[in-house]
Every structure is written in structure tokens, then in C-alpha cells.
Design a protein around this ligand. Structure first.
Ligand code: ADP
Ligand code: MG
Length: 349
């Protein structure tokens, strides 16, 4: 049988880990990225360096693949839908349209009776004054934010002067949640009512960047069930194919909220590589390539530590035990706040 060839748009660490998982199940990968130093070029079978709107290179890309997926949600909708006409793109482009814009994402959650944080759309400073009951809050760009980028914490209206926000983009203002905990649920949907779901993962953020992820999450059973139920509902309503992650907040009063939806494999799910029979990456590939769904089995508990900025130098020179799994994303440049690698430490093996 000829090998399936999977096209992946984006070449960061998620792309790299997808390529590594594909290799394990004998699937070819073709990565297209606008970064000449994209880490995934070391993991893919074929690498195309190109802007995402270069027609000629996109043609070359589609000619080499059977199916297409993507590792980040900020690819323009029109690029994805054009590609989808040539080779099947999964998750389908309409998903991205909803999820890549924070306002439409929140509206989608509300429409489906899923609790989310209080918010309003903001286009200028005046809108913030009108919605000052949402303060203290966080002003977030509607598009293109990640790892806390494009976010401004506002304690009060005076804080606006400190941040000098330029209102050249759309924002939402979100009320600050008095956080007890953050959790996430990773789910892979294959088709209608056909999915595999991982247990909730407990996440700790520092300066709005994920620092640690742990299973089991120390949460009430009701939150365990509700978070999985909402993740299923979201993937079903989006008619999603592939792996998706839902980020949740739990406040001090034990209310559960959906923070955001990541239409892709997720950093908190990296520990699934070492704790389940099938990782979030392999499951994503299985779903988008139309392969068989295999029942998930948990092997052990674990903690995943993100390695950020120049911390990587220490980890590169360390010796590891058989319970420690170090992943170096092989990024060319070390930058502050940049995710450079991760370490998963397993228990109970
Ligand atoms: P990103 O796209 O950068 O992941 P998020 O909206 O998930 O953006 O915010 C990053 C982190 O900032 C969250 O995981 C959480 O720790 C903190 N945060 C964001 N919004 C709120 C909020 N409304 N209340 C409390 N903390 C928040
Ligand atoms: Mg987030």
C-alpha cells in the first residue's frame, strides 16, 4: 500500500511533534512554513519554505499530499478554504473562522449554553469606560494572541494610560476570574459521536505562559465530568475532526468556565506522549487521515514542565533517569518567553 502523505501548515514545536508521531505510524509528512528555520523541518519528510499566500508554493504543497492539517489557528480562513477545495483540510476551515476570533469564539460558547467569563467587545477607549464593571479585567486582542501576547491587565481605568494600547485592532475586555485552578481537556473526534477523550489536565501558568501540566488534576468529580462533557459538546457542535483542546478556569467559588478553545494539539497535552497508549498527536493524525480509532488506555501519571528561554541550556546538559523524557524543540534562537522544549516526568511505572 502506498503511504499516506499528510500536509501540515506551520512548522513550530507542535508541527515537529506531529511529524514525529506520523513517522511512528508510517505516514509521510510535508510541512509548509513561512519560517526558514522552522524546527519541524528537522522532523518532516519534506519541508517547503513559503509565505502562506504564495499560490505557486501552495500548489506544490497540495500536489505532494493526500490530506492537510495545521498546527496553529491563525492561518487566514481564505487560505484554508482554498486549499480545502484541492485536498481535504481538517479540522475544516469553518472551525478556524469561529475559534481564531475571541469574540466569535465566546459567542459560540454562549449559544451552546457553556459558561465562559464575562466579556464585551471593545473597539476604543470609550468602550472600556462604558464597561468599567468588567474591571479588574484583561483586555485581549481578538486575533493573533498567544502565550499572553496582545493582552493587557487593567486594574482600573487609570491603567489604560500605563499600557498605551493602540486601538487599531478589535479587542475583548474580560472580567478577571479569581482563579483557584486551570485545567484543560484534550479530545480527538473522528466523526459524529466517535471520539477519544483524555482525562482533565491541571495547568499552572506563570506570566500567562503555561509552566506545568499534571495528571491527575486535583479537582472535584463534578468538574472532571463537566469539563469532559463540554469538550465533547464543543467538538460535536463544531463537527470537528482531529484533536482539540479546551482550556478551563475554576474560580474560588468552584465555578467552572471555558477560557478558550484551541483547534489543534495543545501544549498541556504533551504529557499524553508518555502517559497514554496513543498520544494527542497520533490521535490527531489518525483522525485527519481517516485511520482506525483505538481505545485510549492510560499508562501512568505524569508532570510536564515547559522549558522557557535560556533555561534550555541547563536541560541540554542534564542527565535523565528512565522516568524523565526531555524534548528539545531544536529552535535556532533562544529568546525570553519562548518555549524551547519540555520535560515529562512519569510516575507509577
Ligand atoms: P492565550 O491565547 O495567550 O493562551 P488566554 O486567554 O488563555 O490566552 O490567557 C492566558 C492565561 O492568562 C490564562 O491561562 C490565565 O492564566 C490568564 N488569564 C486569561 N484570562 C483571564 C481571566 N479572565 N481571569 C483570570 N486569568 C486569566
Ligand atoms: Mg490560553
Amino acid at each position: 500500500m502506498t503511504k499516506i502523505s499528510l500536509g501540515i501548515i506551520g512548522g513550530g514545536q507542535l508541527g515537529s511533534l506531529l511529524c514525529a508521531a506520523a513517522k511512528n505510524i508510517n505516514i509521510n509528512t510535508v510541512v509548509i512554513s513561512d519560517d526558514i528555520d522552522a524546527p519541524a523541518k528537522h522532523f518532516a519528510n519534506h519541508f517547503i519554505y513559503s509565505k502562506y499566500d504564495n499560490e505557486e508554493n501552495l500548489k506544490k504543497f497540495t500536489s505532494k499530499v493526500d490530506k492537510i492539517t495545521y498546527e496553529f489557528e491563525n492561518i487566514p480562513y481564505n487560505v484554508l478554504s482554498k486549499l480545502d477545495k484541492v485536498k481535504k483540510v481538517n479540522p475544516h476551515p469553518e472551525v478556524n473562522k469561529i475559534v481564531q476570533h475571541r469574540y466569535s469564539e465566546k459567542k459560540f460558547l454562549i449559544k451552546n449554553n457553556i459558561r465562559t467569563t464575562k466579556f464585551e467587545k471593545i473597539i476604543n477607549e470609550d468602550d472600556i469606560r462604558k464597561n468599567k464593571d468588567l474591571l479588574p479585567g484583561i483586555l485581549k486582542t481578538c486575533t493573533l494572541g498567544y502565550d499572553g501576547k496582545g493582552q493587557y491587565k487593567l486594574k482600573n481605568l487609570d491603567d489604560l494610560d500605563n499600557h498605551r494600547v493602540s486601538f487599531d485592532r478589535e479587542f475583548i475586555l474580560e472580567k478577571l476570574v479569581n482563579l483557584e485552578k486551570e485545567i484543560s481537556v484534550v479530545i480527538t473526534r473522528f466523526s459524529k459521536d466517535k471520539y477519544e477523550i483524555y482525562e482533565p489536565i491541571e495547568n499552572l501558568h506563570e506570566e500567562q505562559i503555561l509552566k506545568h501540566s499534571t495528571i491527575p488534576a486535583k479537582i472535584e468529580l463534578s468538574h472532571f465530568k463537566k469539563s469532559q462533557e463540554w469538550a465533547k459538546l464543543i467538538s460535536e457542535k463544531l463537527q470537528y475532526v482531529g484533536t482539540l483542546c479546551v482550556e478551563f478556569f475554576i474560580d474560588k467559588e468552584q465555578n467552572l468556565y471555558v477560557n478558550e478553545i484551541a483547534p489543534r494539539v495543545h501544549n498541556s497535552g504533551h504529557l499524553t506522549i508518555n502517559t497514554y497508549n496513543i498520544s494527542q498527536f497520533e490521535n490527531h493524525i489518525r483522525a485527519v487521515c481517516g485511520l482506525e480509532k483505538i481505545k485510549l488506555e492510560k499508562i501512568c501519571n505524569a508532570k510536564m514542565i515547559n522549558i522557557i528561554g535560556d533555561e534550555i541550556n541547563i536541560y541540554r546538559n542534564k542527565k535523565y533517569s528512565e522516568k524523565e523524557f526531555f524534548f528539545d524543540y531544536s529552535k535556532k534562537q533562544i529568546k525570553p518567553k519562548r518555549k524551547m522544549g519540555h520535560l515529562t516526568v512519569i510516575e507509577n511505572k
